[in-house]
Each structure stands twice: as structure tokens, then as C-alpha cells.
Design a protein around this ligand. Sequence first.
Ligand code: ZN
Length: 232
Amino acid sequence: MTTTHGNFCTKITRFGVMNNYLVEEADDLTAIDTGMAGSADAILAGAQALGKPIRRVLLTHAHTDHAGSLDELMARLPDAEFLCSGQTARFLAGDMRLDAGQAESKLRGGFVRRQTKAAHTLADGDQVGSLQVIAAPGHAPDQLAFWDTRDGTLYAGDAFQTQGGLAVSGDVRWLFPLPAWATWHKPTALETARKLAALAPSRLAVGHGPVLESPQAELAAGIERAASKFEK
Ligand SMILES: [Zn+2]
């Protein structure tokens, strides 16, 4: 299912709960995440409906439900660039070591290896089209969020889920517990949640669940609930 939110954000959902996004620029599109394996057709159909080519493919993190269709999508987009964090690039190549300074916690969730190499890697503060890159570790150590500086849409990957109610990654929602179970380090996830909420996004677009408009109150409540569980 494909839905458009505001002027620039199109969400493509498969299996009811797996989201990826197309972000509209003046002349082209940026894809954020590629979905489970087998999602390329849905993403390309979404781009066709918008009438613009996909020129950039970004990943929030290397979990299988975000990176699964990377190779099949890039094979069909010879003119597009693939960009991700340096750690996502290493994870995709099978190097699962953590970086110095990262919490020594076990990686969780399904990470996948993929062939596609990043054109270059992204770090906190970089700009890609209209999107500002924000380091967003916690759910996974390699995670990035993307902040559309035109209208305040925040693409937060799995830093939050909205399926079953807004939750910080790691705070289990029993209607849809998978992202919480796949969370690497809860204190880091909570720190990232506070950093992202402080941007005061006008719209929140996440990997699992509906896009939320004016999400301030829900963010505050979700962070308070996670803090009461993670910080006791
Ligand atoms: Zn994930």
C-alpha cells in the first residue's frame, strides 16, 4: 500500500507493517530503506506513480526488513547511488564488529549481507538532497535518521515504532514486539529518542507503523514510558 503525507513523503508498506519511503526532490526521488527481500517492484511502482526517477537509495540500518531488497533494487536503478553509514556498509559486508566507544552489547535482530557497495558513507550532520543525516544508534548501532529540513519530517528508522502505539525502540508493544526484541542497547536508544524528539518534528515516519502528524505529545509520552522502564 502506498500513501503520501504532506508534500514530499510517500510511504510504501508491505505485509501491513514493513515501511519504506520515497522522498520527493524537485527532479527526482530518494528512497529510504528497501524493505524485505522482494520489495523492489513495490518501490519502483511507487516511483513510477510519482513520475520521478529514484537517484539515491539510503538505508537507516542493516536489518533484513530494511536492507533486504537493496541488491535487487540497485540492480534495476543503474543511475542511482547507494548511501549508508560506515558501520552499515561494514555490516552489509559481513564485518559485524562494533566500533570503539560503542556499548558492548550483543547485536540483535536479523542483519543481512548484501553485495551493493556504498558510493560513499554518511555521518551525522551530512546533507543528502533535502535530508540532514542524524546518527541514531540504539535500536541498532549503525542506525541513521534523516531529517527533511523543508518541512520537518523525521525519518527515524526503528528508533521509534508507531505500530501498536508509539514506543521507543526496546520498549515492547505486545501487538507488535519485533522491533523491541531486535533492539541492541536500550539506554542508547533512549538517548537517541530524546535527541530526535528535541528536533520537534512536524511528522514522524518510522519503519513499522503509521506516519504520525504533529507527534510531540506521543513522543513525550513514549519517552517517559521508556525512561520509567529502562532507567529504573
Ligand atoms: Zn531494525
